[in-house]
Design a protein around this ligand. Sequence first.
Ligand SMILES: Cc1cc2nc3c(=O)[nH]c(=O)nc-3n(C[C@H](O)[C@H](O)[C@H](O)COP(=O)(O)OP(=O)(O)OC[C@H]3O[C@@H](n4cnc5c(N)ncnc54)[C@H](O)[C@@H]3O)c2cc1C
Length: 257
Amino acid sequence: MNIYVLMKRTFDTEERISISGGQISEDGAEFIINPYDEYAIEEAIQARDAHGGEVTVITIGNDESEKQLRTALAMGADKAVLINTEDDVENGDQFTTAKILAEYLKDKEVDLILAGNVAIDGGSGQVGPRVAEQLDIPYITTITKLDIDGDKVTVVRDVEGDSEVIETTLPLLVTAQQGLNEPRYPSLPGIMKAKKKPLDEIEIDDIDLDEDDVEAKTKTIEIFLPPKKEAGKVLEGELDDQVKELVKLLHTEAKVV
Ligand SMILES: Cc1cc2nc3c(=O)[nH]c(=O)nc-3n(C[C@H](O)[C@H](O)[C@H](O)COP(=O)(O)OP(=O)(O)OC[C@H]3O[C@@H](n4cnc5c(N)ncnc54)[C@H](O)[C@@H]3O)c2cc1C
């Protein structure tokens, strides 16, 4: 079975975001595999172990993305592909990302594609479904269980806390939701093996695309942080006085009554 995982390199969730020159600053930030993509990688490895075949992890990124790809290889993926867009594409959006991924995948023999439900930075949840649409294969989002039996696939998906069971067939794209599995940590032997596993680096002209083909369809006008939270006020004195003061403040400061 040919299994592909779409993996995004994202900011570490522990990072404090800062903005400089209208862009999110990457200076000194730590980067990780998008957490939902860890579920996708784990599920891909389990599906390969149960049904045979191989797992290829693909990312669109830059030279720095090799680190996260090596981590995926250390977890147990067989191959990695870095589509390095650093020199060719300056501003991209979900259209850009999906177009490049679909163009890469379109002439591969694909049985199963796993993506994250959402990237914790961009957060649009668009890339997986867009790739499936372009490849003209079915997709199911936010899955929490995946059973494959020959060509038949049974999936449980999370619908805002409820579960939906869907039957479909391969080839298929699914997006991983929290709870799908418990992603493994790379083991020391896994890390050693990963150094020798194939990691292909290509650029968009290797898949017959140029900058104009992947030009973003959207434009980010402004990026800003939420306003700083003011310190809370603690009222003191007799209870009656506190209540009067609270009502006054709700009227004059908070302007909610
Ligand atoms: C060449 C290029 C230039 C870019 N330039 C800018 C920029 O200037 N400013 C800016 O703010 N953003 C930029 N981006 C990022 C881009 O706008 C989005 O972050 C990206 O399209 C994914 O959307 P999302 O974060 O909403 O992901 P979602 O759709 O929420 O991600 C869902 C899933 O899709 C898959 N996926 C997402 N991104 C990738 C990826 N890169 N590689 C492999 N799989 C992926 C993962 O499985 C992920 O879990 C650029 C992206 C590219 C490819």
